[in-house]
Design a protein around this ligand. Structure first.
Ligand SMILES: C[S@@+](CC[C@H](N)C(=O)[O-])C[C@H]1O[C@@H](n2cnc3c(N)ncnc32)[C@H](O)[C@@H]1O
Length: 389
């Protein structure tokens, strides 16, 4: 007996549509409402490793080569992401669109806008971590570029509306990797030249799978794509796929959630290390390609940070010898640990300030997401401080 709730009529209608008219083959799994994760996939019986769980034929995907997308003649200067979002928006008012039963299972605009920081208000954005802020800025400029590339073809009242952002986020959160050219070509080969960011397809039913650190295997060929069990499962277990080896800041910005346990999680230390460096130390780091991108994971500071911090405790000539692999820094380890500790104590102060500011916010999903993330950051920093002490 599963702990998850059965599907409502909208989702059941979508599953019927996907299997009866789109050729989607579902084996041993079903969609279900999963508390805290929207919908997801659970096993309807015991499943053996390597069983194929779902097959989605290529004709059922929404890609840049789907007829309704192609017919809109959207400009190639716009990313595939931006064009797919525009196409979904432009046909949104057409009640005869073929994939309507599928679209009705997607999250609402409110759910997406609240969970993903892209459209958060300034007071919430200001309380994101440094790395989440940087990722959000990148995302914002990608959205702006997509809008600019579409401006001469899509009316501004649509392009600048929340509806465009909504479909842009639907594409961002629900696409799978897909890099095949349209059917009908004599030779059906993967395009080697295509930008990986442009290899996207919306994939009915497979898009119910939630993310975990590790999960079932996704694969594809020109006929379609499928997901295979990575291990045995009991009836009623939730099954996941992995969206990639992502930190929680990345998951928050791109997908609107964080994992409670995440072996790929890291936090950035740049704001604490870079201000401590002189101009000439920065030059040396540039020379050795070690400038910036300093991280801490659940147990240690990355090599880049350690090599950089050594520059604060070693004379320049010795530091250069270390960077050239000619000097072993074992003697300086205690001094370096001390530097590290100073930096992390400063970080702890800021974490405290952020948590107190978040405490003052009115109750809302953004507040909960911010508090959860900063408590994770607090734990990571605290554990390293304890270890160094
Ligand atoms: C491809 S969809 C997965 C299906 C989705 N849960 C739904 O209800 O339609 C990706 C979205 O699912 C949610 N999600 C995926 N994995 C999650 C997880 N481990 N915890 C919480 N939410 C998750 C996030 O909202 C994410 O943007």
């Amino acid at each position: 007996m599963s702990a998850y709730n059965p599907l409502d009529a909208t989702h059941q209608a979508f599953v019927d549509w996907a299997t009866s008219s789109q050729g989607v083959i579902i084996n041993g799994i079903q969609a279900a409402r999963i508390p805290g994760r929207g919908h997801g996939i659970i096993s309807s019986r015991r499943i053996k490793k390597d069983e194929r769980l779902v097959f989605v034929p290529s004709k059922a995907l929404i890609t840049i080569n789907s007829e309704f997308v192609k017919s809109l003649k959207l400009p190639n200067q716009c990313t595939v992401h931006g064009r797919l979002a525009a196409a979904l928006m432009l046909v949104h008012s057409d009640d005869s669109r073929s994939y309507l039963p599928w679209e009705q299972t997607w999250p609402t605009m409110e759910e997406l806008m609240q969970s993903i920081p892209l459209q958060w208000s300034r007071n919430h954005v200001d309380l994101l971590s440094q790395s989440a802020k940087a990722l959000r800025e990148k995302q914002t400029s990608k959205l702006t570029k997509d809008r600019d590339a579409l401006r001469h073809i899509v009316p501004p009242e649509l392009l600048d509306s929340d509806l465009y952002v909504y479909f842009w986020l639907v594409v961002n959160t629900r696409c799978f990797f897909w890099d095949y050219p349209p059917p009908g070509r004599k030779r059906f080969k993967r395009r080697k030249t295509q930008n990986v960011d442009d290899c996207m397809a919306l994939c009915p039913f497979a898009d119910y799978f939630n993310h975990a650190e590790d999960g079932c295997d996704f694969d594809s060929n020109p006929s379609g794509c499928w997901i295979t069990a990575d291990r045995d499962y009991d009836a009623g277990d939730e099954l996941f796929v992995s969206y990639g080896k992502h930190s929680n800041d990345f998951l928050l910005v791109e997908y609107g959630f964080v994992l409670p346990q995440n072996k790929w999680d890291t936090i950035k230390l740049d704001d604490y290390i870079l201000p401590k460096l002189t101009a000439s130390q920065k030059d040396v780091l540039q020379e050795f390609s070690l400038f910036g991108d300093y991280t801490l994971d659940s147990s240690q500071i990355c090599y880049r940070s350690q090599a950089t911090l050594l520059g604060l405790v070693l004379p320049k000539a010795k530091w250069r010898r270390f960077l050239n692999g000619e000097y072993d820094s074992e003697h300086e380890q205690p001094a370096m640990d001390k530097k590290c500790l100073t930096i992390l104590l400063q970080y702890q102060d800021d974490i405290g300030k952020n948590l107190r500011a978040i405490e003052q916010l009115q109750k809302c999903p953004e507040k909960d997401a911010l508090a959860e993330r900063w408590k994770q950051i607090e734990t990571m920093v605290h554990n390293t401080v304890q270890r160094l002490r």
